[in-house]
Design a protein around this ligand. Structure first.
Ligand code: GTP
Ligand code: MG
Length: 293
């Protein structure tokens, strides 16, 4: 299952305490070591979309604490840094990870305390954040529509994706990604009326299309009311993203019905394309028209 939201505490290491070495005991004023620095926490983005799964069930991620200062001026060992990975497209509070790689420091370790012969300092705590980690898929294109509209089938036909397809609504429970000519296309689980208010699976995934620049709004030719189908989805979308209406499953209807659907939908002023997964030539033209790098 694709984990796309996690709340977790992230804490850098605590600085080690400075050594307290009373003058009497050691007969020297310079032998009390400082505490070691606490480890930092770094985050790197990876292309592995399932990278958040590793944090499920964990309440806190913490870098190592610095060790206390020792005798003979020995500074305590620094705590080990903690290196975390998140999928590209993730944000941690207001820090965005939108490119693979690019290590970012998110919590700095605490300084070690000064050692001393009369008194020693405690180490400082490491920075700590209550991290809200949210993954938003970085896809340039999104396939949206009612359940069973043919979105996953279209993704599979156009790209290397192997999304599960089924002759029933809500086959897709998590977004699928496919790549065509280097462009990422996301197949979003079917939306239903009320998705933006939390009905069905939709609300959880609407955030994934925030970064998409062009939506392919799939409407099945089998529909008895394409206008209603279109409007249900439009009412759930918050912003007015550029859209192309895709009439799917054209092989299941007569050319006359197809033409009627297209004519009725024209009133919305969007470009309309017609596809069938059983028409390889049409699919090739569709791919070349919209997904040329
Ligand atoms: N004949 C025909 N059947 C199609 C075509 N595209 C999809 N289908 C069928 O329509 C059904 C639904 O397809 P899916 O791709 O799972 O639909 P979906 O929109 O992803 O559905 P959800 O994941 O439930 O939102 C499956 O039985 C597909 O085989 C097409 O072009 N022609
Ligand atoms: Mg699907």
């Amino acid at each position: 299952m694709l984990v796309d939201e996690i709340n977790i505490k992230i804490t850098a290491g605590h600085g080690g305490a400075g050594k307290y070495a009373p003058v009497k005991a050691f007969k020297s004023a310079h032998i009390a070591g400082d505490g070691g620095r606490g480890g930092d926490v770094f985050v790197t983005a990876t292309s592995d979309l399932s990278a958040l799964n590793q944090y499920v069930g964990i309440a806190e991620l913490k870098a190592e604490d610095g060790s206390p200062g020792g005798d003979n001026d020995a500074t305590g060992k620094s705590g080990k840094n903690l290196y975390l990975t998140v999928p590209v497209g993730t944000s941690i509070n207001d820090i965005e990870f939108d490119k693979v790689g690019g290590e970012k420091l998110i919590c700095r370790g605490g300084l070690g305390g000064k050692g001393g012969n009369f008194r020693a300092q405690a180490g400082l705590p490491g920075e700590s954040i209550d991290a809200k980690i949210v993954l938003k898929l970085i896809a340039k294109y999104g396939l949206i529509g009612l359940p069973n509209a043919g979105k996953s089938s279209l993704l599979n036909a156009l790209t290397n994706s192997n999304a599960v397809v089924g002759a029933y609504p809500f086959t897709t429970l998590e977004p699928n990604l496919g790549v065509l000519n280097g462009q990422i296309i996301a197949d979003i689980p079917g939306l239903i009326k009320g998705a933006s208010l939390g009905r069905g699976l939709g609300i959880k995934f609407l955030k994934h299309i925030e970064k998409v620049s062009l939506l392919f709004h799939c409407i099945s030719c089998e529909s008895t009311d394409v206008v209603r189908d279109y409007q249900i989805i439009i009412n759930e979308l918050k912003d007015n993203k550029p859209q192309v209406i895709v009439l799917t499953k054209t092989d299941l209807v007569t050319p006359k019905i197809l033409a009627t659907h297209a004519k009725i939908l024209k009133r919305f002023g969007q470009q309309i394309v017609c596809v069938s997964i059983h028409d390889p030539i049409g699919l090739e033209i569709f791919g070349k028209t919209f997904f040329n790098s």
